[in-house]
Write a protein that binds this ligand. Structure first.
Ligand code: CDP
Ligand code: MG
Length: 713
């Protein structure tokens, strides 16, 4: 490697090094035989055939846009080309992915291709989980993680090259990185930026980087025959199972890829398919799976494979051998509604571009067939041409805060690829203001600076501060960790949903789902202390708790505890679970830190039990909740989910008396109609009642004290 000159290498030089018996990255080690096998196959990838051409473009330009069919070798090969070319710089090469799953998967693959242990020369870094070391020179990471690194290093100074992969997805984080990198390249001429995307949605990006070089890879694609349903069906899972069965029984060999929206759907369909077809290898693929299970999709199998995946298999992960694609036409998408101030997770129709991309997965190795579980008319009339960029749909508060920490004060005039909608932007500012992270002038406050650096959502800082006052800081940290895991700690596998609900009863707190979560976590931790590994698995299984999620919670929590060490040191006595005040203190802390997410019971025989306090949005309580019967007047909720029916999820009963001193609940700040009346009179009456009661208690106390005094005389 020492012979390679910085940014002057040729494909021939690099290939000679790759061909040698000894591993050029690890001088004393010989290549394994598996290495040469892989090398042989990856040399045939469309990208590899044009290595020299790519290097020529790379040497001549600072910003390069690479586009090409999925599976042409962009994600796995180009970072390696660059690694060789940048070796002499001594700096790292970063390659970002919008998804965790793809990040760990391609890092594993690239490490195998280079014949190095994962975490050494090739590593990955995603939130709360990383495998990197001093020797890491090629780092796959999520776009969110690079963004948070950028917040303390605007020049990306530890990298010689930053590759933004899957740029066509236009996630909010990738969009922000594009803006930051555009600025960084003008300050650091030695920094190279490569933007890679599938062959869709690229014109916008091209326009944003006018001087950039382009490199297009045309892969070989085979024709794909498309079949539609003649009539739409809401029962897409059963329909999909039927199609799999048909293919498996009637059609020539070739693997099947089935796209479903949620992990719940995927698990259900997988268990049914496994039950009915012993001669079919059924493999789920979604982000919450462990890394080992994710790798199963690439394993050889004697049977036909059927991979049941979310949209992660659309562009970011390529699986060879797929001949049949079954497309439900649906995906899960978090959409932020600024007017209602909530993120809703919706199962929504995909775009035409996604449908095309999904179908294309069938034609990678030979002509394929795609079964679309919707009608041609639905496709033509209901599907939008392509998904809007994340910046137009996301919640912006934490990103605005990050930019403010970096010193960009007027985010409104920031040079975005697509500027966010002014309303979303304003809501973001308002939210930051009510959280106390920016002041009236929009300048970031000291608390805001701390909040921006947290590894969890900035809103949690307020819960930590409030928890510190009330003696339940540790509980708030636990809750923040629980809220930040990939999937819920309570597992409810579809076939055993009711059994699971009964098993969860033992942790249930009648006035708070948050406390139920804490109960489950604490029970798990004490079981960990007494039981051995095997017994723990059984314990979790019996309790219907997700062991992996709990393990992740503990890791996130411990990491948070380390960052918040100073805060923990000067906290007052932590109140204990057997303390009479324990529940109250936690509920009060939640109320006072997430006051903007309160709901009040709906009057009369309304269909929906609750209404959010500020927006007046009606919603029910999720049936999983211990509070789902609606016997509490006020609640604070963690999520507003809406997949058809709007639900408040993870809720806690609160006393309005805890809220009456907050600005948010003063008469002048309650939402009013155009004529000046209160939009939600019930909220107003309820708050007034609470005020009256509190005043009365205070008066009583005062007269009591006076009485006391008299007695003393
Ligand atoms: O990024 P792009 O879609 O252009 O392709 P890639 O992800 O680099 O994949 C190139 C080839 O590597 C494909 O044929 C994949 O099947 C293979 N690959 C694999 O076998 N295992 C992985 N974990 C990743 C890629
Ligand atoms: Mg890729």
């Amino acid at each position: 490697m020492e012979a390679l000159l910085h940014n002057q290498t040729t494909a021939e030089q690099a290939e000679a090094l790759e061909n040698s018996r000894a591993n050029p990255l690890r001088a004393h080690e010989l290549h394994s035989s598996n290495y040469f096998q892989l090398l042989n196959s990856r040399r045939k990838l469309p990208v590899s055939l044009r290595r020299q051409e790519f290097l020529d473009v790379y040497h001549d330009s600072q910003i390069i846009l690479v586009s090409g069919e999925t599976g042409s070798g962009k994600t796995t090969q180009i970072p390696q080309f660059i690694l060789f070319d940048e070796w002499a710089s001594g700096k790292k090469v970063a390659c970002t992915q919008p998804r965790r799953l793809a990040t760990t998967s391609v890092a594993t693959r690239t490490a195998t291709e280079l014949d190095v242990p994962l975490g050494e020369e090739v590593g990955y870094s995603v939130r709360f989980d990383k495998m990197t070391s001093e020797t890491t020179r090629l780092k796959y990471m999520t776009d969110g993680l690079l963004l948070s690194e950028a917040s303390s290093d605007r020049d990306f100074s530890s990298y010689s090259c930053v590759i933004l992969d899957e740029a066509h997805e236009r996630t909010l984080n990738t969009d922000l990185l594009m803006a930051l990198l555009k600025m960084a390249t003008s300050r650091r001429p030695s920094l190279k930026v490569v933007i890679m995307s599938a062959t869709l949605n690229i014109d916008k990006i091209r326009g944003y980087f006018p001087g950039a070089a382009t490199f297009e890879i045309s892969g070989k694609v085979h024709p794909v025959q498309i079949h539609y349903l003649s009539q739409s069906t809401p029962r897409y899972c059963y329909c999909a199972i039927g199609v799999v069965k048909h293919i498996h029984k009637m059609m020539p060999e070739g693997d099947i890829l089935l796209f479903l929206p949620t992990s719940g759907d995927i698990e259900m369909v997988c268990s049914i398919l496994r039950h009915h077809h012993k001669d079919l290898t059924v493999i789920p693929l979604y982000s919450a799976l462990s890394r080992a299970r994710q790798q199963e999709i690439f394993k050889e199998s004697i049977f036909r494979k059927c991979i049941v995946a979310t949209n992660v298999a659309e562009t970011s992960i390529t699986i060879d051998g797929i001949v049949y694609v079954i497309d439900s036409g649906l995906e899960i998408r978090p959409v932020y509604n600024p007017r209602l101030r909530m993120s809703t997770v919706l199962t929504s129709p995909i775009s035409k571009a996604s449908a095309k991309q999904r179908a294309g997965r069938a034609g990678r190795t030979r002509p394929g067939i795609c079964f679309r579980l919707y009608t041609e008319e639905t496709h033509n009339t209901c599907f939008i041409p392509s998904a809007p960029p994340g910046i137009l749909e996301g919640e912006l508060a934490s990103q605005i805060l990050l930019l403010k920490v970096m010193g960009f004060d007027s985010v409104g005039t920031f040079d975005f690829v697509d500027p966010p909608h002014p309303e979303v932007y304003l809501r973001g500012l308002q939210d930051l203001h009510s959280m106390g992270y920016i002041d009236d002038k929009g300048t970031i406050t000291p608390n805001g600076r701390v909040a921006a650096r947290l590894s969890v959502h900035p809103k949690w800082l307020n819960a930590f501060l409030e928890g510190q006052k009330n003696g339940c800081l540790r509980e708030m940290i636990d809750l923040a960790a629980i809220a930040s895991t990939q999937h819920p700690i309570f597992s409810r596998p579809p076939p055993a949903r009711f059994v699971a609900d009964i098993a969860h009863q033992r942790f249930a707190c009648p006035s708070s789902d948050h406390i139920s979560q804490l109960n489950a976590l604490h029970a798990y931790e004490s079981a960990m202390k007494t039981e051995n590994r095997l017994r723990i698995n059984q314990w979790c299984f019996d309790a219907f708790l997700d062991r992996r999620a709990l393990g992740e919670v503990v890791r996130i929590r411990d990491q948070l505890v380390t960052t918040l060490q100073t805060m923990l040191n000067n906290t007052k006595e932590i109140c204990a679970p057997d303390d009479v005040e324990y529940d109250t203190q936690i509920r009060k802390t939640l109320a006072r830190s997430f006051f903007y997410q309160c709901a009040i019971k709906n009057s009369g025989g309304n269909y929906y039990l609750y209404k959010t306090v500020h927006e007046g949005q009606p919603a029910g309580i999720h049936p999983e909740s211990a509070l789902c019967w609606g016997n509490k007047e006020w609640i604070v909720y963690s999520e507003f989910v809406s997949s058809g029916t709007p639900y408040l999820q993870t809720v806690t009963a609160v006393d309005p008396a805890w809220l009456i001193d907050l600005d948010f609940f003063q008469d002048e700040n309650l939402p009013k109609t155009v004529t000046g009346d209160f939009k939600q009179p019930r909220v107003k009456t309820s708050l007034d009642k609470a005020r009256e009661k509190t005043n009365k208690v205070e008066e009583d106390l005062i007269s009591f004290e006076k009485l006391d005094l008299k007695d003393g005389e």
